[in-house]
Design a protein around this ligand. Structure first.
Ligand code: MG
Length: 271
């Protein structure tokens, strides 16, 4: 089976078709680190900011449609529902209307208004400004992957909307892997699938527990991303390196290589 987008051989993981020559070149190189794995939310795009904006637009759409409630009251209720049901629950707005004792007859209209506003916000989804240029540059010397907790279609939707899926060699989502990031087996599974050794891989993400501690337990190197707008930007880390933007990643990888005596280098081109 083949799709226009992927060269897919039965029993193998998906490989973007045009990357085969590049893959072979990178695998054949003597670079100690060949695989970079990227967390998605608050690492490649401002997830927290986006969620806040989408929620605000959805609630304002309900108010505009005639819901008799104050924005702050609605937001507090909605956040409580999201906290109890999780962000991937699909009936947040139904529960909100039930709590407000809105007659069921009107639910569909309010939900449609909210969902439309929420989905319209998705069209504004853009990566952090440092993402495109750095991924294109890093692709020269590394194989690039996404590793994310969540629903597979939802995470792919984000990548496609941002126009960046083809910069990656593969995408791994917990729903499909049936393991979550907090389990080191999540990373072990990825490493096995891509045919790498853990010590050839660097995981880059903003969550200490899921992106750093768990990846290191699986034997990978880890870089903690501290985007100033991420709610996880503070706190101690056991990561090998700390960065605030992808502009700092190449230098961080060089330091990891040199620090661990993998092979001293002055520039990534020497690796
Ligand atoms: Mg994240």
């Amino acid at each position: 089976m083949k799709s226009p987008l992927f060269g897919f051989k039965k029993g193998e993981h998906l490989i973007i078709r045009d990357s085969e020559i590049r893959r072979k070149r990178i695998f054949a190189s003597k670079r100690p680190i060949r695989h970079l794995i990227f967390d998605l939310d608050d690492n490649l795009f401002p997830s927290t900011q986006f969620s806040n904006m989408a929620r605000r637009n959805a609630l304002n759409a309900m108010i505009e449609f005639g819901l008799d409630a104050k924005y702050e009251e609605l937001e507090k209720m909605l956040l409580d529902i999201i906290g109890k049901r999780g962000s991937n629950y699909t009936n947040h707005f139904d529960l909100l209307l039930k709590r407000l004792k809105v007659p069921v007859h009107y639910h569909a209209a309010f939900i449609a208004a909210a969902v439309r506003a929420y989905h319209n916000t998705k069209s504004t989804l853009t990566p952090y400004p440092d993402v495109h240029r750095n991924l294109i540059s890093l692709r020269e010397n590394f194989l690039l992957y996404v590793a994310s907790d969540g629903l597979a279609v939802k995470q792919w939707d984000k990548l496609i909307r941002m126009g960046i899926p083809f910069l990656f060699d593969d995408v791994f989502v917990s729903e499909t892997l049936r393991r979550k990031k907090e389990q080191p087996a999540f990373y072990t599974g990825i490493v096995q699938t891509i045919g790498a050794k853990p010590e050839e891989c660097v995981m880059v993400g903003d969550r200490e527990d899921r992106d750093v501690v768990s990846a290191k337990k699986a034997g990978l190197f880890a870089v903690r991303m501290r985007r100033p707008d991420s709610k996880y930007c503070e706190g101690k880390t056991v990561a090998d390196e700390d960065i605030k933007s992808l502009d700092e990643l190449e230098a961080a990888i060089m330091r990891i290589v040199n620090h661990h005596g993998l092979k001293p280098v002055a520039s990534l081109l020497d690796i």
